[in-house]
Write a protein that binds this ligand. Structure first.
Ligand code: PAF
Length: 291
């Protein structure tokens, strides 16, 4: 069975079989299980997911898998930060019970031919700029859910569209997992924590919080009665003026359908979402518009 013990005692399952044995033992003892799916490069945002997982389940699994199918051909799959030793120590400190760190061939053996596409929700926002990205996310998350069969799985609200896609997938395929969204963790200046912040130079790091500030201004303006397209256009301008190279989108959307809104109605939950490029990093962020 592919288990590798690590100093500090936190076990790492490398195979689906090993993962299932461990989860089966926990189930036999009557324990509940939460899964925190990650691509590693763990930071305090992941820490918040792990802490939330520990509050709702007896046992916590963190998966570490840089999933190749969610990266486009010109994206950063090769460059994506990887440091399993550091991630394992981080998880051990937070009381994680098991790491699941499969190889690419364990997840996608020769002949692998299945892809899951969640229609509609994946077409706008990031989906329009990263073709195939959410198919890769949906496929790997469906695999992780069926491999670990957790009671709950936790995801950050920073990836708001991803969270909506996973909720839909979970409902549509009757996977039966309690999908929990955890609020975004931010630096003191408002920048949302992200593994990709590591790509920012010192100058870019100073510019980066402008994305959040612009969304805050736009959300306030919309809640105060400004026209949605004008407020989004103003946010886009602010981001560019701050020094971002380009803005993929700034959109205020209905939280369930992710369809862009033209009018904000306080009774209908809305969220403002953005993605923009700064140096090597593509940063995303979002926040609720509260009327
Ligand atoms: O958010 C992430 O880190 C990834 O998209 C996920 C959910 C682990 C799937 O690879």
């Amino acid at each position: 069975m592919a288990f590798a013990a690590r100093s500090g005692g936190l076990a790492t399952a490398r195979s689906v079989a090993a993962l299932r044995v461990r989860v089966g033992d926990w189930r036999a003892d009557g324990h509940t299980v939460a899964l925190v799916p990650t691509m590693g490069a763990l930071h305090r945002g992941h820490g918040a997911l792990i802490e939330a997982a520990r509050r709702i389940a007896d046992r916590v699994i963190v998966s570490l898998f840089v999933n190749p199918t969610q990266f486009g051909p010109s994206e950063d799959f090769q460059a994506y930060p990887r440091d399993e030793g550091r991630d394992a120590a981080f998880c051990d400190d937070l009381g994680v019970d098991l790491l699941f760190a499969p190889t690419v061939t364990e997840m996608y053996p020769a002949g692998f031919a299945t892809s899951i596409r969640v229609a509609g929700l994946t077409e706008g926002q990031c989906g329009a700029f990263r073709p195939g990205h959410f198919d890769g996310v949906a496929t790997v998350v469906a695999k992780l859910f069926t491999q670990a069969r957790p009671d709950s799985a936790l995801f950050g609200e920073k990836d708001f569209q991803q969270l909506a896609v996973i909720r839909r997938l979970n409902r549509d395929l009757d996977l039966g997992v309690n999908v929990v969204g955890v609020p975004t963790v931010r630096e003191a200046d408002g920048l949302a924590l992200s593994s990709r912040n590591a790509y920012l130079s010192a100058d870019e790091r100073r510019i980066a919080p402008a994305l959040y500030r612009s969304l805050q201004d736009a959300a306030r303006a919309i809640a105060g009665g400004a026209r949605v397209p004008a407020a989004c256009a103003e946010a886009r301008e602010q981001v560019l003026k701050a020094g971002f190279a380009s803005v993929d989108y700034v959109e205020c959307v209905d939280v369930d359908s992710l369809k862009p809104l033209v009018e904000f109605e306080p009774a209908r939950p809305a969220r403002i979402l953005a993605a923009a490029r700064l140096g090597r990093a593509r940063l995303i962020d979002n926040l609720a518009v509260i009327g």
